[in-house]
Design a protein around this ligand. Structure first.
Ligand code: IMP
Length: 177
């Protein structure tokens, strides 16, 4: 039988809510008259996106993109591909990508490059968390919630082998080895 790893809270739900409100205020200021398209990266960002857009009181659209970057467990494969594409044409649109975590940066850099080729009017990135100490390629995060330590995070949409997404707080798993 699989033993369940111990999880501990790193950022609690009240802190998340405060960060989401702050980010929404920043985004509102910049996009309230721009009818932006927010692109959510599946699956980890779904909860953040859902909470964020409830604070945005202006016209916008949402779309979703699925990327495969991580293999099983905690190690990245380093290879990124589009597993589920957006259905909205983005040429000439103001596009804001909504990410849960930027780790090595490989996934986000790939995605920004992929979207840039479709010639949006603007392309910016909002990430709830930034594991900046692990960065392998440079990524500019225009709207950032939290810089986080080099720990494996779960909860608030983030998973380990598809589990723990439903935890309402951002938690970490201590390395067993
Ligand atoms: P990157 O390509 O290394 O920046 O990784 C980006 C993706 O890896 C994120 O969108 C997450 O899906 C996943 N990821 C990176 N770090 C973590 C973590 O600590 N917990 C859960 N998923 C993570």
């Amino acid at each position: 039988m699989d033993s369940q790893p111990e999880v501990r809270i790193l950022i609690n739900r009240q802190e998340i809510e405060a960060a989401v409100s702050r980010l929404a205020a920043e985004i509102s200021q910049d996009y309230h008259d721009k009818y932006p398209l927010l692109i959510d990266i599946l699956k980890g960002s779904f909860m953040f996106m859902a909470d964020l857009i409830r604070h945005l009181d202006f016209p916008l659209e949402v779309d979703f993109i699925g990327l495969s970057s991580y293999g099983k467990g905690k190690q990245t494969s380093g290879k990124v591909k589009v597993a589920h594409d957006i259905s909205t044409p983005i040429k000439g649109r103001e596009v804001l990508v909504i990410e849960d975590i930027v780790d090595t940066g490989l996934t986000t850099a790939f995605l920004l490059d992929y979207l840039q080729k479709k010639k949006p009017a603007s392309l910016k990135l909002c990430s709830l968390t930034d594991k900046s100490s692990r960065r392998q390629v440079p990524v500019t995060i225009d709207y950032l919630g939290f810089t986080v330590p080099n720990k494996f995070l779960v909860g608030y949409g983030l998973d380990l082998n598809q589990k723990f997404r439903n935890l309402p707080d951002i938690c970490f798993i201590e390395d067993e080895d």
